[in-house]
Write a protein that binds this ligand. Structure first.
Ligand code: 5AD
Ligand code: SF4
Ligand code: FES
Length: 350
């Protein structure tokens, strides 16, 4: 094993901090052994903080309409080959109703940036869910908004918000997004969300086009400073109807390594083993858990719309129902010695 990298990993586990040079060395020269060593330390940390519990979140993908044109994403406005849909307020609620009966205590309402759901509509949906199920958490994942809108969601009872920063490098951000989108606004959003008391999630795609080791170093330093309650990490996977259709997919192993490093840097962070990780490898989510993840986010969307929420090609679970995925996750976790728990699964600490 690379002794210098072992020292760096041990330092991260002990002090939760590395210098820029140490991050660079580690990410530039890590071996398979280094990765497995980090995973074993990360798994110990997760077991110490969260035990063998795996938190599940039910995702309701309520609209695949998006005003943005991110170059990597199948929902981009410019993709005219995608059949678009919107769920009604009743349909969204019905997904949560069945989710509650399957033991979900967190609902993640996710969509493209679809402005037909205005602030009042979103707040009405959040209030309805929280009133019917006061023992649940509601997470929003609906993109960039202004401070007043985020504040209204919070006052309506939303608990958490997911907004991946995508990359902490501004020049890299500008190669993944058209001119109308701004890295500064993205970061402003994350700070607003945190200041409003949301449990806030950021995150990146691993192996997105033009990503360099320096970009990932920037991401680790950014996340170490920002201290998100949640971090979403998944490999970049190309979508055939986007400008990045011919770009190579991201590295499965690097995704697992970064999961472990995030766990060692931020021991209490809520870390999902993402759908993208389960798409790149059949047992990717299990391996994500064994590398330090403690959250899984199965789909609660109606089967009729599942195959239309295609961020990337070959997304898993588009033919299965909510109850099938629920059962599947439970079996997969039990097979590796973990238990899906019926709980909101809040951030531990502070
Ligand atoms: N591959 C992997 N992840 C993607 N996302 C969007 N498109 C892709 C893709 N092609 C991720 C982005 C976004 C989240 C909802 O999904 O990081 O923030
Ligand atoms: Fe829209 Fe989000 Fe896809 Fe960008 S990543 S095009 S904002 S759904
Ligand atoms: Fe959906 Fe396994 S989680 S089929």
């Amino acid at each position: 094993m690379n002794q210098n990298n072992k020292m760096i990993i041990d330092k991260l586990a002990g002090t939760h901090e590395l210098t820029r040079d140490e991050w660079y060395t580690l990410l530039d020269t890590y071996t398979e052994e280094d990765r497995l060593y980090a995973a074993s330390l990360a798994r110990e940390v997760t077991d110490r903080v969260y035990g063998k519990d795996i938190f599940i979140r039910g995702i309701v993908e309520f609209s695949n309409i998006c005003r943005n044109n991110c170059y990597y994403c199948g929902l981009r406005a410019g993709n005219d080959r995608l059949e678009r849909y919107r769920l009604t307020e009743d349909e969204i609620f019905e997904c949560c109703e069945s989710g509650y009966s399957y033991g979900f205590r967190t609902f993640v309402l996710q969509s493209g940036e679809d402005l037909t759901y205005d602030t009042d509509t979103i707040c009405r949906i959040v209030r309805r869910i929280k009133k019917a199920y006061p023992d649940t958490a509601v997470t929003l994942s609906i993109g960039e908004k202004n401070y007043e809108e985020y504040k209204a969601y919070r006052e309506a009872g939303a608990d958490r918000y997911l907004l991946r920063h995508e990359t902490a490098s501004k020049p890299h951000y500008e190669r993944l997004h058209p001119e109308e989108m701004s890295w500064d606004n993205r970061i402003r959003c994350l700070h607003d969300l945190k200041s409003l008391g949301f449990q806030t999630g950021c995150g990146i795609m691993i192996g997105s086009p033009y990503q360099t080791t320096d970009c990932i170093v920037d991401d680790m330093i950014f996340m170490g400073d920002f201290k998100p309650e949640m971090i979403g990490l998944g490999p970049f996977l190309p979508h055939s109807d986007t400008p990045f259709k011919d770009e190579p997919k991201g590295s499965y192993e690097l995704t697992l390594f970064l999961i472990s490093l995030c766990r060692l840097m931020l021991p209490n962070v809520l870390l999902p083993a993402t759908t993208a990780l389960g798409t790149i490898k059949p047992d990717g989510r299990e391996q994500g858990v064994l590398a330090g993840a403690n959250v899984i986010m199965p789909n609660l969307s109606p089967v009729k719309t599942r195959d239309k929420y295609m961020l990337y090609d070959n997304k898993i679970c588009t033919g299965e129902s909510s109850s099938e995925c629920r059962g599947c996750i439970e079996k997969r976790m039990e097979a590796i010695g973990y238990n899906v728990v019926i709980s909101r699964g809040d951030y531990k600490g502070k």
